[in-house]
Design a protein around this ligand. Sequence first.
Ligand code: AMP
Length: 216
Amino acid sequence: MIIILMGAPGVGKGTQSLALSEKLRIPHIAVGDILRKHIKEETDIGKEVGSIMKQGLLVSDKTMFEIINQRIHDDDCKNGFILDGFPRTISQADGFERLLTDVGRRITVVFNIESNYKILLDRIKGRIVCKNCGATYHNVYHKPQLDGYCDICEGIITKRKDDTEEIFNSRIEEYNQQTKPLIGFYQQRGILINIDSNDVKENITERLLKHLGANI
Ligand code: AMP
């Protein structure tokens, strides 16, 4: 099963990917987290993408495919995987489709998670994340039980450097220009399902799982 979660920054792709990953027992591939790890470890990729990510711009397709191609061929992806943050452009979607076709696989479903600007900005401004497992919290609406530590893995909770209003605005612009066209791309292929994100996260997970039941 290959699932893609798409939607604007802050819409809850990470939260839902983690929940689906747990329920379906397939890995959650958060490309943003992989890129941040490269930056932290000061790899060649990390050095290349640091300033691009700081501005909320998109990393080159060449680098993205290097990461994706390697990760989806890992052993734990044999039965499927959930993609969060990839593809983000038509050219990435095209390339990914070719990559899958070459190995006789195809995308099961693309969930397009929808929300509006004001709600997203509010989420992003208060978003805090676990450095270790990527679980997402909010410093007003969803605080961890122990201040500063993840409820799931006890990892340290931190604020992402790009979760400011200014960078959010450029990420939204990138999203509107580059990623939104994917809605039509996947609609044409008959695999897109729109999901309204203005609900509690457990209900959204339930709706996603229900759709998957119908698609498996
Ligand atoms: P995310 O954690 O998914 O919000 O991604 C954080 C940042 O990583 C983005 O603002 C981009 O700079 C970069 N990034 C993540 N996914 C992609 C992608 N598919 N293509 C290009 N850049 C990406």
